[in-house]
Design a binder for this molecule. Structure first.
Ligand SMILES: Cc1ncc(COP(=O)(O)O)c(C=O)c1O
Length: 430
């Protein structure tokens, strides 16, 4: 297997794309070495610029629940395009899509489509501020909500830069955002003390995939629900990763809590850019033309992406076994890693929740918050990442991410991965 990206491609990327990439994580700065440059994807596999095959666990950071190029999502696209790719009017399929989504997420009494998760969150926050006539937003360190100004403060995922708190973000924005510790209601109370009447919204990933995989502790989300109600603020669930990954009813059904607003994206477009925000009817009534708050978008709700979203829902409705299959794959992978850790007497915890598998190079229990995530051994992960890549396994080049399995992965892929993990741990001598 060729192990290195063609140097001229890296040079050309650096010479024309800022930092050689469109999103910093892709530069590989979290693990060092040459970035992975991907020419194509097929099923569970990514192919590099030399045509070498890798079992892909990045899966585009979430959208590819069905792997690359699922036939139901990649055939007949010319027919879909012929009906119009984009136009500037509301259309029947957009209405039908919203109805379908609301049937699964009843908390989204009204919604609006946008193109990215970033826009969905940005819009939800504006509406929440307009509704409450307040500006203060409480978020959690290590929860990633996209790259709008407010969202970057102490965000997890690829947004971790030494200076992400300041660079290019106006001071005024920072004054209106407070960042608490996930799973820690005492930190919420300490930050809000005396400012309860200023609070517009609490935004949270109900189950987190951006500081490794982190589940909410007993009572944490209930505590946020109770406090937001008590303070007259709104609770926003960012389900950009979790909706459809954890079933058609998303994380909110799993945790049994109804948020005031929800943001969704990633999987829903089947690889194409469509996202949405929505929530209580009285809150969404803030939006023009009903109210005075503005959101819009040339590509918002375009027929092509809406058509793709229908296909995704069709697939999931007709294949409930997909979730069972991915859970079995995830378990197989997690059990294999646990067995290796036990044999090698390594003190790391493996977490698996259906199609998400994760472990960090940090002894002790799984991550509970961003402090835990930052305590993991970054250099060791970098060495491990490159050993895995040498063996044809593509991991996310950052410890804040998780491994995603898809319906396209097979038991053979999982077993190949487990062997590669054993060999890679041997190679880096842990
Ligand atoms: C929970 C969450 N919210 C929002 C976003 C932003 O979505 P996008 O990258 O589509 O702008 C992401 C992206 O990773 C995310 O994980």
């Amino acid at each position: 297997m060729q192990l290195h990206t063609q140097p001229d491609l890296v040079q050309r990327a650096n010479a024309v794309l800022a930092g050689g990439c469109d999103s910093p994580v892709r530069s590989g700065w979290g693990v060092g070495g040459a970035p992975f440059i991907q020419s194509r994807g097929d099923g569970a596999y990514a192919y590099d610029d030399r045509g070498e095959r890798y079992v892909d666990y990045i899966m585009a950071y979430g959208p590819l629940l069905f792997g690359h190029n699922h036939p139901a999502l990649t055939t007949g696209l010319d027919e879909l395009a012929r009906q119009s790719v984009v136009h500037g009017c509301t259309h029947p399929e957009e209405i039908r899509l919203a109805e379908r989504i609301r049937a699964y997420l009843p908390s989204m009494e009204r919604m609006r489509f946008v193109s990215t998760g970033t826009e969905a969150v940005m819009s939800a926050i504006r509406v929440a501020r307009a509704y409450t006539k307040r500006t203060l937003v409480l978020k959690f360190a290590g929860n990633y909500h996209g790259h709008s100004d407010f969202a970057l403060l102490n965000a997890g995922a690829s947004a971790h830069t030494p200076d992400a708190q300041r660079s290019g973000i106006p001071g005024g924005v920072m004054r209106d955002v407070i960042v608490a510790r996930y799973n820690d209601l005492a930190s919420v109370d300490a930050l809000l003390a005396g400012r309860e009447g200023e609070l517009a919204a609490v935004i949270v990933e109900p189950i987190v995939g951006n500081m490794g995989y982190v589940t909410p502790a007993q009572g944490f989300l209930e505590g946020l629900r109770e406090r937001t109600q008590r303070y007259g603020a709104l609770l926003i669930f960012d389900e950009v990763i979790t909706w459809l990954r954890f079933g058609l009813r998303g994380a909110q059904a799993r945790v049994g809590i109804t948020p005031d607003m929800t943001t969704i994206g990633k999987i829903m477009g089947g690889g194409f850019p469509i996202a949405a925000f929505g929530g209580r009817e009285d809150v969404l009534a803030m939006l023009a033309p009903l109210g005075s708050t503005f959101t819009g978008g040339t590509h918002a709700g375009n027929p092509f992406c809406v058509g793709m979203a229908h296909r995704v829902l069709d697939l999931l409705e007709t294949h409930p076994e997909y979730y069972v299959y991915m859970d079995a794959l995830g378990k197989r992978l997690a059990d294999g890693i646990r067995a290796i850790f036990a044999r090698r007497e390594l003190p790391y915890s493996v977490v698996q929740h259906e199609s998400i598998v994760d472990f960090k190079f940090r002894p002790g229990p799984p991550n509970r918050n961003y402090d835990d995530a930052l305590a993991a051994d970054k250099a060791r992960y970098g060495a491990y990442y490159h050993e895995m890549r040498k063996r044809g396994i593509l991991l996310p080049p950052s410890q804040n991410e998780v491994m995603f399995v898809s319906t396209a992965h097979s038991n053979a892929d999982i077993d190949e991965t487990i062997s590669a993990i054993d060999e890679s741990l041997e190679a880096i001598a842990v």
